[in-house]
Ligand binder design. Sequence first.
Ligand code: PLP
Length: 387
Amino acid sequence: MGIYFDHNATTPLVSAALEAMTRTLAEDFGNASSVHAFGQRAKAHLDLARTRLAGLIGADPAELVWTAGGTEADNFALRGIAEAFEARGRRHLVVSGIEHEAVLNTARSLARRGWQVSIVPPTGDGLIDPAEVAAATTSETALVSVMHANNEIGTLQPVAEIAAVAHTRGALMHTDAVQTVGKAAVDVTTLGVDLMSLSAHKFGGPKGAGALWIRRGTRIAPLLTGGRHERNRRAGTENVPAIVGLGVAADYARASLGDHERDVAALRDRLEAGVLARVPGTVVNGNTARRVANTTNISFERVEAESLLIALDLEGIAVSTGSACSSGTLEPSHVLKAMRLPPGRTQGALRFSLGPTNTATEVDRLLDVLPGLVEKLRSLTRMPATR
Ligand code: PLP
């Protein structure tokens, strides 16, 4: 099957989620809005999934709105708050420069509609400084949006401190927790945020299912209008089988989180230390003390990361050059660029993101083949020794 070190792009489906989804698809086809027994069975599935997900993130089930994944949740948060706050004279948005495109491009879209958007740059090691957010936030700010963990380098942001800054100015706080929910302990109360995005396929659930958690009492306009689904917050017949899968994956994550995090961190550290020791001219990008357990982003001097990715793929090992959305293009990562890393370092950066199904044998296989592949690519390159 090959070795999969790309869990930040997506994760394999947890087998219990697959079974539950298959059963729901085959047996419980009802529309959750229907009054009859078929509909009520579908609705019971949604209620159970909501309770399971709420348990994973310390939320009240009634505060969760289903979405078609992280991108929709991010759009809903930014556009929904923008629409609700426009009339109140707050037309300013603060986001970080290392957000996922789902946040950054939505902010840019709002800017084209006349919103003021401040983009806070990260430090050189990929952290967002709450003082920088404070400097960017004004009495006109409607929303501050800073992600919990970055998808490319894994750095964990001081979300609770940033939320406190936002609240001091009367603004709301959103966090994109797509890369932490189900992988690390996430509690909406501890984070102190008002809105939080998550996505099922990043923690063993299916693609196309996610949620936006909205603190009770928060004014927000719907993104999708139509029927009265989700308490008038998200119109459209719910994708019951996918939501069932999300719920089962959430339950599984809650039960196994601590053990998985410890095991995955040990494997990631083995991989990282092994690469640094065996391949000269390598350096880790981003703060290594404040990051999720499964991610390491390593730059290979005098190597084009795309070429190394392909060489590893030919060996049956899957890694990434950054976010999945920007791979396939040779555009340097906007995250590493925002960190002001020199071009040689951004061009040679590979992301290894691990999951609970990875093994030490797989890590060792990578460590066996990697030095030779890098040496070969360096022998063929015209890239200068120091850049
Ligand atoms: N936010 C972050 C941080 C992500 O890593 C991703 C996925 O790559 C998304 C949002 C988008 O989530 P989805 O693929 O569910 O639309």
